[in-house]
Structure formats: C-alpha cells, structure tokens
Ligand binder design. Structure first.
Ligand SMILES: Cc1cc2nc3c(=O)[nH]c(=O)nc-3n(C[C@H](O)[C@H](O)[C@H](O)COP(=O)(O)OP(=O)(O)OC[C@H]3O[C@@H](n4cnc5c(N)ncnc54)[C@H](O)[C@@H]3O)c2cc1C
Length: 414
C-alpha cells in the first residue's frame, strides 16, 4: 500500500499536538485538531513505514448504519453521525463507495426476538429506512439468501477505509501538519511544560498528546501513566472469498442475526468495493497483536494476554463459542456451512482463503468485553482505549468528540 502523504525528512523535535498512531482514528483526530486550531503545529507519529497498515487496512470495509448499538452509547451516536459524514466526505474527495444496503437474515424462530431488538435499536438510534422484511422480501433483495424474517438497512454501505485514511493524511499535510512514519513510540515522560515522546527516530516535545494506537492502545496509555485496565486482547479474524464465478450469490451485504453478548461473531458475507465477496471473519484469540499470519506469535503479546485475569474469565464464560470459532478457523468447510445456513447454495468449493485482520478488543480485568468506545486521560494526554468496529465508519465523529475532549481537558480554544 503506497501512501500519497509526503513525509517530512525527519520528524519535528517539537509540536503543539502530537497524535500517536497513523490508523484511521489517529489521522481523523489529527485532521480535526488542525482544522480547529489552524495555527497550532500538529504531528502524527506512526510506527510503520506507511499509514493505515493495521486494522484500518484489514477489515470488512462496511460503512455501518448504527443499527446494532445500545441506544445512548457513544457507538450508537458516533456511528450514525460518522456514517453520514463519511458519505459526504467520500463524495467531496471522490473516494469510491456504494450505499448498497444490508440484509440481516433470521433462519430460526429463536432469532426473532433479537431481530425485534435490532429494529427497536435502529429506531432509537435514528437509523433511517430500516424495515422488517419477510422470506419473500429477503429473496427480492438477495435472491440466493433464505430466511424466515429479516431486516433491511438501506443506509449501510461499503468503502476502502485505507483509501479514506490516506485522504485524511493528505488533508493533514495540506493544512500544514506532519505525518511522520517509521516513528515507533517507546517512552512517554512528563516534562515541566510538555510531554516528551521518545520514538525510534528521536524525541518530540509536545504540549499535548493524543494516543490512537489501536491494538497497542493499552501499552501507550500505561506508558503515559494510565491504569492497566482495560487490556487489549487480540482476536484474529480470517476471511474467505468467493471465487469470481460464484460472486453472484451475494448482491450486497448479508449478515446473520448477531448474538448481543458477542456481536462481532458470526460469518457475514460482505461485497467489497473492489467487487470481491468475502465470508468472515472468524474470531480466534491471537498469539500476537499483529498476527496476520496464524503462526505469528510474540512472546510479550502472548504473556500479556495470558497474564490478564480477564482473558481466563472470558474463556470460562464463552468456552463453547470459542470451540465453535476454533472449529470454523480450522475447518474451512465448517465455516462455509455456517454461512450456508442463510445462503444455501454456498459450497466449500466456492471459496478460497483471503486475508486476515486482528481485532483490538479491550477486555476489563473482570472478563467483560469493553463494548463502547472508551477514552481516558492522563496528564497532558488523551487516550483512545477502545475503538473497535464501527470505529472506521465513525472516524470523523470520533475525531470531533476527541477534539472536544482535548479542548475541555487542556483548555485549548478552537
Ligand atoms: C477483522 C475486522 C473487521 C472490521 N470491519 C469493520 C467494518 O466493516 N467497519 C468498520 O467501521 N470497522 C470495522 N473494523 C474496525 C476498524 O477497522 C477499526 O475500528 C479501526 O480501523 C480502528 O482504527 P485505529 O486507527 O484505532 O487503529 P489501527 O488502524 O490499528 O491504527 C493504529 C495505529 O497505531 C500505530 N501504533 C501503535 N503503536 C504505536 C507506537 N508505539 N508508535 C507509533 N505508532 C503506533 C499502529 O502501527 C497503527 O498504524 C474491523 C476490524 C477488524 C479487525
């Protein structure tokens, strides 16, 4: 993935606002900060040699409408606002996207109560156009899908989030900010009037910092003096893709009814903006925070996951679900069978392996998954501690929320 963002020769030695993490959230935050404080120097520090290489570059590419989330939560509010703003932004910047709609399919009467709850949440969250459909309605929208009832969300869409992140990066540079890659932040110390951020290419003295480090968010927060709770526990999500001759089985986005306690589980079938149709992702506890390959295991990552009491409490609670996920990850045919519950024509020979992503899932010490977006504060710094899906969809709204928090916490005036 090559970036159109022109990099500074060397990262600046000081700035007013440093943003750590060049994923879609960090870039959106830096873009918003610079727009509100045009005279302040803003610098993004990214560890990799390019931006958008972690979660932002490895996901389903779905612009969520805001249907799933608990009314009143940050996810509900920022997703609905963020999706609207993202469509507008893509139109302004000519970024390919499609408001193709999504069908959620119930195949079993036991799922109907959950479908009711999703419909209620959609209405409470102000998601436009959501409607209940019957078996015939499902087939009208998705001729190869079968179910007893469904929900249609016409506002759901698709985009390449890495392309969106690169456009944010260009906006930052155009507005006079810096995006410095190859800067692995290793230490954060408090100086008298600044935050001293030591990275692999030097040190930057920043008046304030915003940390948007995705799967490494807990480490950065602890380095800056925050609590260890919640910890990031990585889950690897592998995708399959339909072979080109079978892509016609899916017109847009077909989803199962989510389990409210583990909403990110369940094989869905999203069409990509590049025309590919994916099946996935699986969800398997990973041996590294960058386990794009199954065999990647990092000692520190693994030890931190295993030493966290929340991991064991989660596993005790969801061991049966964990076993199913393991089965799906190990056996391609089992995963395809799970998707064939609502697209019966699907067969194992219709698929081939595709890419994997690693979900940065924050987990409380007591084993509860952190469901909502979480932000916290240390002296001179603000931390994005949990920004899983739909954070890519919500990035512009998250950025505004974070910028307002920065202004409130540090007394900055736009
Ligand atoms: C499998 C999967 C499917 C998903 N599907 C969707 C979807 O369809 N729609 C949706 O809205 N969301 C989806 N998401 C969620 C979405 O991808 C993430 O919420 C979003 O990309 C988070 O962005 P981020 O900037 O916080 O994290 P990242 O993109 O992970 O960026 C964090 C950055 O911080 C950098 N960093 C970390 N530590 C340091 C350090 N010490 N020094 C310098 N830099 C550092 C990293 O290198 C990285 O570039 C999905 C996620 C996954 C994993």
């Amino acid at each position: 993935m090559s970036s159109a963002v022109s990099q500074p020769e060397s990262p600046p030695g000081s700035c007013a606002l440093a943003v750590v993490g060049g994923g879609i959230v960090g870039l959106a935050v830096a873009r918003e900060l610079i727009a509100r404080n045009p005279r302040a120097s803003v610098c993004v520090l990214e560890r990799e040699t390019d931006i958008a290489t972690h979660q932002t570059g490895h996901n389903s590419g779905v612009i969520h409408s805001g249907l799933y989330y608990e009314p009143g939560s940050l996810k509900a509010r920022l997703c609905v606002q963020g999706a609207r703003e993202l469509y507008e932004y893509c139109a302004q910047r000519a970024i390919a996207n499609e408001r193709c709609g999504k069908v959620i399919v119930a195949t079993d009467a036991r799922e109907l109560a959950r479908l009711d709850e999703l419909e209620r949440r959609g209405a409470a969250n102000g998601v436009e156009g959501v409607r209940r459909i019957d078996a015939a309605g499902i087939e009208e929208l998705e001729p190869h899908a079968r179910g007893i009832a469904g929900l249609h969300s016409p506002g759901t869409g698709i985009v390449d989030f890495a392309a969106v992140a690169r456009a944010y990066g260009e906006d930052i540079v155009e507005a006079g900010g810096a995006v410095a890659t190859g800067c692995d932040v290793r230490a954060v110390t408090l100086a008298r009037r600044s935050l001293r951020i030591t990275h692999s290419r030097g040190t930057i003295e920043a008046r304030h910092g915003v940390f948007c480090a995705g799967a490494w968010a807990d480490r950065m927060a602890v380095a800056a003096g925050a609590e260890a709770d919640p910890r990031i526990v990585p889950f690897r999500g592998a995708y399959l893709r339909l072979v080109p001759e079978r892509r016609h089985l899916v017109r847009s986005l077909i989803y199962p009814v989510p389990d409210p306690s583990l909403p990110f589980l369940g094989a869905h079938l999203p069409k990509g903006i590049d025309g590919e149709v994916l099946i996935g992702p699986t969800a398997l506890l990973a041996g590294a925070r960058d386990a794009y390959r199954l065999a990647t295991v990092r000692r520190r990552d693994l030890l931190e996951t295993l030493a966290w009491p929340g991991t064991w409490r989660l596993l005790r609670r969801f061991w049966a679900t964990g076993a199913t996920e393991l089965h799906h990850a190990a056996l391609r045919s089992a995963f395809v069978r799970a998707a064939a519950r609502y697209v019966p024509a699907l067969e194992p020979r219709d698929v081939e392996p595709s890419f994997a992503g690693v979900r940065a899932q924050a987990l409380w010490r007591d084993g509860r998954l952190v469901e909502d977006f979480v932000f916290s504060q240390t002296e001179r710094a603000l931390h994005v501690r949990n920004a899983p899906s739909p954070a890519a969809t919500s990035s512009l709204a998250i950025a505004r929320h974070v910028a307002e928090e920065v202004e409130r916490a540090f007394g900055l005036r736009p």
